[in-house]
Design a protein around this ligand. Structure first.
Ligand SMILES: *Cc1c(COP(=O)(O)O)cnc(C)c1O
Length: 250
C-alpha cells in the first residue's frame, strides 16, 4: 500500500536533496532529471506520484511497462506529459514490447539488441533514445558493455565508439549518453570513483563526437544519487527513496 501524502513529502525531500547535491557541485538542478522508479508498484501509485509533480517514470521489465502504461494513460489521458524510461537490461525476445512502449531506454549493452530494437522500432514507426550501459566496476553481476579498463584499453574504447556510431546511423536509436550502476555494497569512495570514471568516459566520448550533443549520464539510485549528482549525473533513477521498500514479489 502507499499513501499519496507520504509520496508528496518524499518527492519534496528527494528534490531538495537533488538541489543541494547540484549546488555542492556548482550545477543547476534543472540539469538533472529525476526518474521515479515505479517497478513493482501499481498504476495507482504512478497516478499519485504524478499528483506530486513527478513526470518521469522508470520500469525495469518491458512487460510490466507495457501493462502499466495504458492504465496510467486511461487515468491521466494520453497527453499527461509522462516520459516512460525502460531502465533494465533487455532480453532479445522482449525487444518488440520495449519498442512499442518505452520512450527512453537506459540499458542498451549489445549490438544484437540494437539491431532487433531498430527493426521493431521501424515496424512500429517509433524512435527510442538510448543510453549505452557501461560496466565500469567489473562486477560479474552487472550487465553493460565492458569498460572496466577503458582508460588504458583502446579496444574497450573502440567497442563503445563503434556501438555509438551504429546507433547514430540507425536513426531510430539515437544515443543520448551512458548509463552505469555502482558496485553493490561498496564504500562511498569506491562508488564515487566509479561515477567519476563514468563522467570522464562521457567526456572522452564528447571529444570523439564533437558534433553530437553532450552525452547525458544516467547514474545514481536511492543509496547513491547524491554522490552521482556531485560527479555529473544528468539522470538519477530513484525508487525506494520515493515509494518505500518494494515488496519482494519479483
Ligand atoms: C530498481 C532500479 C533502480 C532504483 O533502485 P532504488 O534503489 O529503489 O532507488 C534504479 N536503476 C535500475 C536499473 C533499477 O533496476
Amino acid at each position: 500500500m502507499f499513501d499519496p501524502q507520504r509520496i508528496r513529502e518524499r518527492a519534496d525531500e528527494v528534490r531538495g536533496r537533488i538541489a543541494a547535491a547540484a549546488a555542492r557541485a556548482g550545477r543547476s538542478p534543472d540539469e538533472i532529471t529525476l526518474v521515479a522508479v515505479s517497478k513493482t508498484w501499481p498504476a495507482e501509485l504512478v497516478v499519485a506520484a504524478y499528483g506530486a509533480g513527478l513526470r518521469h517514470f522508470g520500469e525495469n521489465r518491458p512487460e510490466e511497462l507495457a501493462a502499466k502504461r495504458p492504465l496510467v494513460e486511461a487515468a491521466l489521458g494520453p497527453n499527461s506529459g509522462i516520459t516512460w524510461h525502460l531502465i533494465g537490461t533487455l532480453q532479445s525476445r522482449k525487444t518488440e514490447l520495449a519498442a512499442a512502449s518505452a520512450d527512453v531506454f537506459h540499458a542498451l549493452d549489445r549490438e544484437k539488441i540494437a539491431r532487433r530494437l531498430a527493426a521493431d522500432l521501424r515496424a512500429a514507426g517509433r524512435v527510442l533514445p538510448v543510453f549505452v550501459e557501461v560496466n565500469l566496476s567489473g562486477e560479474a553481476s552487472k550487465s553493460g558493455l565492458m569498460m572496466t579498463h577503458w582508460e588504458e584499453d583502446a579496444t574497450q574504447r573502440a567497442a563503445l565508439r563503434t556501438l555509438m556510431i551504429a546507433l547514430q546511423a540507425s536513426a531510430v536509436l539515437p544515443p543520448v549518453g551512458l548509463m552505469t550502476m555502482a558496485p553493490w555494497d561498496a564504500p562511498p569512495d569506491d562508488i564515487r570513483a566509479v561515477f567519476r570514471r563514468g563522467r570522464l568516459l562521457a567526456e572522452w566520448l564528447a571529444g570523439e563526437r564533437p558534433d553530437a550533443p553532450r552525452p547525458a549520464l544516467s547514474m545514481g539510485m536511492t543509496d547513491d544519487y547524491e554522490i552521482a549528482i556531485e560527479e555529473g549525473a544528468t539522470h538519477v533513477r530513484v525508487g525506494r527513496a520515493l515509494f518505500g521498500e518494494r515488496e519482494a514479489k519479483l
